[in-house]
Design a protein around this ligand. Structure first.
Ligand SMILES: *Cc1c(COP(=O)(O)O)cnc(C)c1O
Length: 369
């Protein structure tokens, strides 16, 4: 076997990638700028490289790390630890998987009650495409409620009106939405949904690990979006975004163990081993979990708050820069680190800026928007 040259080739391939460090790529990668944290995550991933996350009873380190990471997330998102409404959860491979599983739980629960009705999911049109994927893969209907084009915000009344049907299995709101960076009216929707017995998923894939620290870090106040809101039944939050973990880690938290059972696939009815899968995968790497666990242990609340403070400053600087460009505007009133930029139609046509041309110009300066 020859190993020489292979890593040199990979290094050459990597050199052609967009830069993952230095903060110039404003999507895809979430660089905390802490070399020590990178090293820790890499070492943790390496330590579990041969482990199979399929069976946490054989590889008990997986169960302990998963429990501790979920415990951190549950506290961060104000979920009760005990009682019939205790928040439980799973570590998944990413936001898409967390969202798919949230829809699966709702579908199974709805089917159990209404075996003859085709289930429907209601969400604002700005909900992440992962829910369109979930509707397709899980064969449920999806009603997309329009948002105000000026602000990207859905009206709570429009979402609530869509709940008045016999086939609604789930309503999804985002904190914040990916396209516009606005926190949807979680409390209003959850109250109306709870009154109708409809479960509520909050997609906090991008916000879940940054909004909890936002106000304490000097950012604007964040409306309640987590388990402190009665009626919120599940939340997705990606550790591989503002949790600053390497890719491959998200959490899906669910209110109530009975509800969570709908997430599982289990069978002893084949000639092989007993299968008990909380997530979509079977055999799976424990590396993303170990890295995410190590990063969360190292940062803790204080570390996340400090990183969020830098994020708040950067977001405000970016917003000020966009505001200073005649012909561009920030869409609506974003809460958190996401900013949508559009043409400012209030200035004369010759001064309006096409955001795509602006993004190209910024790219020529070494940034990826
Ligand atoms: C990123 C994101 C997702 C999908 O997550 P992946 O990790 O890319 O699969 C879902 N919802 C929101 C709001 C997101 O930002």
């Amino acid at each position: 076997m020859r190993t020489d040259g292979i890593l040199d080739r990979l290094a050459a391939l990597r050199a052609a990638d967009a830069p993952t460090h230095g903060g110039r790529v404003l999507s895809y990668v979430y660089d905390p700028g802490l070399a020590e944290l990178d090293e820790l995550a890499a070492a943790a991933a390496r330590a579990v490289q041969p482990v199979n996350g399929l069976d946490p009873t054989t590889f008990t380190s997986v169960a302990v790390m998963e429990g501790e990471l979920l415990g951190f997330a549950r506290t961060m998102l104000h979920g009760p630890a005990d009682g019939p409404d205790a928040v439980v959860g799973s570590v998944t491979s990413g936001g898409t998987e967390s969202c798919l599983l949230a829809v699966k739980i709702a579908r199974e629960a709805f089917r159990a009650e209404h075996p003859d009705v085709r289930p429907r999911v209601v969400a604002p049109v700005s909900v992440h495409a992962a829910f369109r994927k979930a509707a397709q893969h899980l064969d449920v209907d999806l009603t997309l409620v329009p948002v105000d084009p000026a602000t990207g915000t859905p009206a709570a009344a429009d979402l609530v009106a869509a709940l008045d049907a016999d086939d609604v299995a789930l309503v999804v709101v985002s904190a914040p939405s990916y396209p516009h960076g606005v926190v949807d009216p979680v409390a209003e929707v959850a109250e109306a949904a709870a009154a109708r017995g409809v479960p509520v998923h909050v997609d906090a894939c991008v916000g879940g690990w940054v909004l909890p620290f936002w106000a304490a870090a000097g950012g604007e106040a964040v409306p309640p979006f987590d388990f402190s809101v009665p009626g919120v039944t599940s939340i997705s939050a990606d550790v591989h975004k503002y949790g600053y973990a390497p890719k491959g880690a998200s959490v899906l938290l669910v209110r109530g163990r009975d509800r969570q059972r709908r997430q599982f696939f289990a069978t002893t009815g084949w000639p092989g081993y007993p299968v008990v899968n909380p997530t979509l995968s079977g055999s799976r790497s424990a590396a993303p979990l170990a890295a995410a666990w190590a990063v969360s242990q190292a940062l803790g609340t204080a570390g996340y708050t400090a990183l969020t403070a830098r994020c708040v400053r950067a977001t405000h600087a970016l917003r000020a820069a966009v505001d200073a460009i005649d012909g561009l505007r920030v869409v609506g009133r974003p809460t958190g680190p996401l900013v949508a930029v559009a043409t400012d139609g209030s200035v004369p046509p010759e001064r309006r800026v096409d955001p795509h041309l602006w993004a190209d110009a910024v790219r020529s300066l070494g940034w990826v928007l």
